[in-house]
Ligand binder design. Structure first.
Ligand code: C2O
Length: 595
């Protein structure tokens, strides 16, 4: 069985759109207005079709890789062959920012940052020398009244600035919309959308974003040691909306939130739009097991933790990291107001930055990057692929000056002069538990029929409108040693996932569940989930209802150990739609080995 790196390359026609847009020799790009997207449609009218103006360098790239396949043993990785000709994603100058594709009823009209007369300067490490005070980001539920007052003053000052000032709250909020809803194209690829979600750009983009937000806030309150808070939703004391954000007289309050989720309510990190009926202690237990699953079971290697490669010329949405799916997605949707047309503010990417809570949510996501590295110094390292390290974004700093910052600039939070308050991580001991009894079946036939009914999948692709099961062969059918499992992780790949635009969608994936209806979010049979936070795409298909197309990768090693399935030839996979039923298509399900 091929390793994942091989099959990813074989599946390379998914990048065919890139063939339309060779890099211009000047390096300058002009972002097309939406009306000119036709240009792209005409040269690549559907996935897999050959462009009429192929960029031969990229075609050769792919052919080299395919030729290379035969020469390599099953254990070899092909990444270097591809890496040689690929490029990192880069944000073009802000003057190329185009109209975002906003949902109906959107409460903003543009997402572009204020224009800059000067070219961006490269992020300078000198800005972060040790003479800069170290900022310690505190847990939002644990801060003092003085801290809340200063934070409020900073947000008030940001909100008082006109939107034409890049430091203003409005301009800061728009940054997220621009990078998520199709305002930019990657440099050199005017026909493609630049998207910072659903790929390996997710962690570093948001780290950069918060970093500049924090520096602006510090300068507005006159305290360069000021640090933004993080919402500590991964520990029981932090699993409620932090009180300072719920105070209606505060600058941190946002009326466009789900009114049911005021601070007395515990968050459900596996939220799917339906209110769970758990006691508080059950909810806490589920949340901790969900955290363990996403941060430990599903994140054993850098390539799984960070999400799929996304290079210049690739279609966006190559595949999200486990943490981006959960808890990142459900927390957004849990906060957004279901009474607003598009779950504003937090429940839609275009508007999420309008809620001050966004920055606390993402500070904890960012903290998870640091925490993950600390869990296993040997295996949990940053990626070393130059196309990741050299990917770059544009932000205004506090002066305000336009800065180009690269992923390699933000790997070390110490060098950026911030750290997180050190707190316990109770989920590290919360390994999910097997639901079925040790011997015999868990449930009576009647209970089983009520909770866990499934239909057998027909021919893929399928529309996921009800629980659907499929038997999937494994590439290995016997127990492997610890070293073998570490060097090649067994991964369940669900690809060709298509979600309609603006759809809040979630589906769960079970493995060997006797009765999936009886498996809670902390159950071992739950392999993981896919979550789509609604957002539109300027390049989504010229009036056609085309949403994102992406891939879910779920590491199975720990799960198969716990389910005692390591010796089996196949597993039974059940896909269960939870939100956006009938609006999700699945292209196929397979198991591969991944480095
Ligand atoms: Cu850029 Cu939580 O989204």
């Amino acid at each position: 069985m091929a390793s994942l790196s091989q099959s990813q390359l074989i599946a390379a026609p998914s990048t065919t759109f890139s063939l339309c847009s060779p890099r211009t020799s000047s390096g300058l790009t002009i972002r097309p207005r939406r009306s000119t997207v036709q240009q792209r449609v005409s040269c690549a009218s559907s996935r897999g079709e050959r462009s009429s103006e192929p960029d031969t360098s990229r075609q050769h790239d792919r052919r080299d890789v395919l030729l290379g396949l035969g020469a390599l043993g099953a254990g070899a990785t092909l990444m270097p062959a591809r890496r040689a000709r690929a490029d990192p994603v880069a944000t073009p100058n802000v003057s190329t920012c185009g109209q975002a594709d906003l949902p109906p009823g959107a409460n903003v009209s543009t997402c572009c940052p204020p224009p800059s007369n000067a070219l961006p300067v490269d992020f300078a490490a000198s800005l972060t020398s040790s003479s800069t005070p170290l900022r310690t980001r505190p847990a939002a539920h644990s801060v003092t009244a003085d801290y809340v007052a200063k934070f409020n003053a900073g947000i008030a000052a940001m909100k008082a600035l006109p939107a034409s000032d890049p430091r203003s709250f409005a301009a800061q909020a728009a940054v997220h919309c621009a990078y998520c809803d199709g305002s930019y194209s990657p440099e050199g690829f005017p026909g493609l959308e630049l998207q910072v979600h659903n790929s390996w750009l997710f962690f570093p983009f948001h780290r950069c974003y918060l970093y500049f937000f924090e520096r602006i806030l510090g300068s507005l309150v006159g305290d360069p040691s000021f640090a933004i808070p993080f919402w500590n939703w991964d520990a029981p004391d932090g699993m409620r909306l932090p009180a300072m954000y719920a105070d209606q007289s505060s600058q941190l309050f946002d009326p466009r939130r789900d009114a049911r989720h005021a601070p007395s309510k515990l968050i459900d990190l596996d939220y799917n739009g339906t209110e769970p009926r758990f006691t508080d202690s059950q909810q806490i237990d589920h949340n901790l097991r969900v955290m363990y699953r996403q941060m430990v079971s599903l994140s054993p290697t850098p390539s799984l933790f960070f999400g799929s490669p996304y290079r210049a010329g690739d279609d966006p949405n190559q595949g999200p990291s486990p943490v981006e799916n959960i808890p990142h997605g459900p927390v957004h949707i849990w906060c957004g107001d279901p009474k607003q047309p598009s779950f504003e503010d937090m429940g839609n990417f275009y508007s999420a930055g309008n809620d001050p809570l966004f920055y606390a949510h993402h500070a904890n996501i960012d903290r998870m990057w640091s925490v993950w590295k600390g869990l296993d110094a040997r295996r949990h390292t940053d990626l070393t692929d130059p196309d990741w390290l050299n990917a770059s974004f544009l932000f205004y700093d506090e002066t305000p000056k336009l800065v180009r910052i690269r992923v390699r600039d933000v790997l070390d939070t110490g060098a950026l002069r911030y750290q997180y308050q050190d707190l316990p991580l109770p989920w590290t001991a919360a390994r999910p538990t097997v639901t079925r009894r040790a011997a015999g079946s868990l449930l009576t036939p009647a209970a089983k029929a009520a909770g866990g009914a499934t239909k057998k999948a027909g021919k893929f692709p399928i529309t996921l409108d009800e629980a659907t099961s499929v038997t999937v062969r494994r590439p290995v059918g016997s127990k492997r040693s610890k070293a073998e499992k570490e060097s090649k992780v067994e991964v369940l790949v669900i690809d060709g996932i298509e979600v309609g635009r603006d759809v809040a969608a979630k589906f769960d994936v079970f493995v060997n569940a006797e009765d999936h209806g009886a498996v809670g979010s902390g159950g071992r049979e739950l392999a993981g989930s896919f979550v789509n936070v609604p957002h539109r795409h300027a390049h989504g298909g010229h009036g056609k209802e085309r949403g994102i197309k992406t891939t879910l990768r779920l590491a199975l090693n720990e799960q198969l150990e716990d389910l005692k399935a390591e010796g089996d030839e196949s597993v039974e996979v059940i896909l269960v739609p939870r939100q956006g039923k009938g609006n999700v298509k699945i292209g196929g399900v397979r198991i591969e080995l991944m480095h």
